[in-house]
Design a protein around this ligand. Sequence first.
Ligand code: NAP
Length: 248
Amino acid sequence: MNTTANTILITGGTSGIGLAFAEAFLKEGNKVIITGRREDKLKEIKEKLPQIITKTSDVTDAAQRAELFNWINENHTDTNILINNAGVQFITDLKKGIDTDKLKTEVDTNLIAPIHLASLFIPHLKSKPNAAIINITSGLAFVPIAMMAVYCATKAAMHSLTLSLRYQLKDTDIKVFAIAPPAVDTELGHDRREDKTQSHGGIPVNEFIAGAMAAIKNDEYDAAIGMAAGLRAKRETLFEQINSGFPG
Ligand SMILES: NC(=O)c1ccc[n+]([C@@H]2O[C@H](COP(=O)([O-])OP(=O)(O)OC[C@H]3O[C@@H](n4cnc5c(N)ncnc54)[C@H](OP(=O)(O)O)[C@@H]3O)[C@@H](O)[C@H]2O)c1
């Protein structure tokens, strides 16, 4: 698809993959709108990239999702691409009892929000040229790391959801992408690391973005980037292997 002259809403654009997508799309001559909960981060990014449009919004809150859509509809009606990117990743040990608030946050952020936002935006996107919904899933949608059980389940669900969404929209011009990143060095999971500057060993974010942008340009609707492609190819056969390196 054409990756210039679009108006693109990216949820979770205050760091990592969302921010790197925003920078890449700005460079290619698009209007870019980013959201996030951290106002200080949004302000900092706006100072660095004055052409970016920012909006404080928490995707876990249904009322804020509706408000975000209404705000776009009123102020940036030319929006033709929705990137469902905001995500969180927690460790879940089902043997130890579940913190239901944390469970709800993870499922609301990674699964409920993108489903709700997609359904809110479909009527709007139907009339737009070069329209797309791009869901950021994960290589872990194909092979879970058991200690991140809920995270991986939300990503597997988002992969499935994206296939259904694409089918439901087959008679429209809205393109539907599932982009599955491999491990990428971002703030994801930072809250569980004492040293916040510590990397989790993923590839540099710009390397991921180069692969993801190429996939979007080439209409690769199910794009598994880097190592994620290997996970998709082997799936369950890799389950034992990947989990042997982590506590159960
Ligand atoms: N990094 C990886 O290895 C990797 C691998 C596969 C898939 N992914 C996926 O890539 C996406 C981006 O993650 P990342 O790696 O770039 O992590 P990140 O650096 O932690 O960025 C996550 C983004 O999501 C936003 N966010 C989180 N909760 C939110 C909420 N309730 N409302 C609005 N925004 C919220 C954060 O903004 P605020 O904190 O300001 O709200 C931040 O901008 C996620 O869907 C993640 O699952 C990442």
